[in-house]
Design a protein around this ligand. Structure first.
Ligand code: NAP
Ligand code: MG
Length: 400
């Protein structure tokens, strides 16, 4: 067959350890035989980040900004142990953090569902996608201890002159603690745009919640900005019959638990931190969770939500057999190819990505899967077979 052509390059960000191994295999056996793959390649593997003083990460993010669609492999975020393991010049920052700052984006985490893999919440039949606001609040707060007899104020200044003063608390009856946190209107606005854009792209209803009955000014601002931004999307949501609900966080939790899933749950920073772990756990394995960074002006970076699966990589390096789940990394590729195809009006490319997704899901549904999924799988008449890393990819290729 003639290979599918691409008009615009895809930004490809390679990574580390076991996912770097998966990356190469996925390309070789699932994509390159069918697609005349046109990528602009950036090696974000830790060695190359160190060699280039991490400029490669910045360059890759700028390329994502330029071309609009990127696919990223998991990467090591160095810590002290990695410093000596890789003899690094510096403890380089998290590449994901760098890319997110440059694209000013929001991360959406979505589970991949397969028949036979039961959610721990049985009524969740469709994916719940979590959007977490990744700026401010308690994550960049300052706090302090306060002694008995001290008073603490919230003070604002402009050009050295005091412009406001509110008493937080008078600690007359004993010592305690205080905390000051902030957010930016611009960041909340970007977040709202990214969320509504994602919902339209995926035809998903949106639920957004804060605690504005208690936090009248702070959370009230989130509510107000979301209402303003939604004004720009209202008509398109109505045309596409997509709902947007603003409610209180307690009510949102209750609604989500009762639901069948199939929604975008938009969370403030702390809520998203907690709820994304709850939702991810409910759907099973980390190997089935995808993630996409969407910027407010519509640039996309697709990846798997898991890390570089270090423990498996060390086994692989010792020549031992591994059974690493490649589903989320395959879906990072299909997500990116599909988006590239949509933006370029390349229906063949979109069609290919959809077929690859279907081949992947039906491989699992048919009983061939990696070890992490075996204990989760139960389907009448099918005894699951544990595949090693390569055998799973080959099974997908065969179906494809
Ligand atoms: P991890 O790579 O996600 O792996 C944690 C454990 O989860 C694995 O040991 C494995 O459990 C299971 N797991 C995750 N993905 C799997 C898959 N595809 N197939 C099968 N099992 C899977 O997290 P980590 O070990 O905490 O971090 C390793 C490295 O990844 C770190 O250097 C970290 O900086 C980096 N990281 C990168 C990203 C990113 O680039 N987005 C995100 C998170 C972490 P078992 O060992 O029990 O089989
Ligand atoms: Mg968390």
């Amino acid at each position: 067959m003639a290979k599918i052509k691409m008009t615009t390059p895809l930004v490809e960000m390679d990574g580390d350890e076991m996912t770097r191994i998966l990356w190469k295999k996925i390309k070789e056996i699932l994509i390159l035989p069918f697609v005349d793959l046109h990528t602009e390649y950036y090696d974000l593997g830790l060695e190359n980040r160190d060699r280039t003083d991490d400029t490669v990460t910045v360059e890759s993010a700028l390329a994502a900004k330029k071309y609009g669609v990127a696919v990223k492999c998991a990467t090591i975020t160095p810590n002290l142990q990695r410093m000596s393991e890789y003899k690094l010049k510096k403890m380089w920052k998290s590449p994901n953090g760098t890319i997110r700052r440059i694209l000013d984006g929001t991360v959406f985490r979505a589970p991949i569902l397969c028949k036979g893999i039961q959610s721990y919440v049985p009524n969740w039949k469709q994916p719940i996608v979590i959007a977490r606001h990744a700026y401010g609040d308690v994550y960049s707060a300052v706090d302090a201890t306060v002694g008995e007899g001290e008073k603490v104020y919230l003070v604002t200044e402009k050009e050295g002159r005091e412009t406001g003063r509110t008493l937080i608390h008078d600690f007359t009856i004993g010592s305690g603690v205080v905390q000051g946190m902030h957010n930016l209107d611009s960041s909340i606005r970007s977040f709202a745009h990214s969320c509504f854009r994602y919902a339209l792209d995926n035809g998903m209803p949106v639920i957004f919640a804060t605690k504005d009955t208690i936090s009248k000014v702070y959370d009230g601002r989130f509510k107000q900005i979301f209402a303003e931004v939604f004004g720009e999307y209202k008509n398109t949501f109505a045309e596409k019959n997509i709902e947007y609900l603003y409610t209180l966080i307690d009510d949102a939790v209750a609604r989500v638990m009762r639901s069948q899933g199939g929604m975008l749950w938009v969370c403030k920073n702390y809520d998203g931190d907690v709820m994304s772990d709850m939702v991810a756990t409910a759907y099973g394995s980390l190997g089935m969770m995808t993630s996409v960074l969407v910027s407010p002006d519509g640039k996309y970076e697709f990846e798997a939500a898991h890390g570089t699966v270090t423990r498996h990589y060390y086994k692989y390096r010792n020549g031992e057999e591994t059974s690493t789940n490649s589903v989320a990394t395959i879906f990072a590729w299909t997500g990116a190819l599909k988006k590239r195809g949509e933006l370029d009006g390349n229906a063949e490319l979109v069609g290919f990505a959809e077929k690859l997704e279907r081949a992947t899901v039906t491989t699992v549904e048919g009983g061939e899967m990696t070890g992490d999924l075996i204990p989760l799988f139960s389907r009448k008449g099918i005894t699951p077979r544990k595949c090693n890393t390569d055998a799973f990819l080959e099974a997908v290729a065969k179906r494809l």
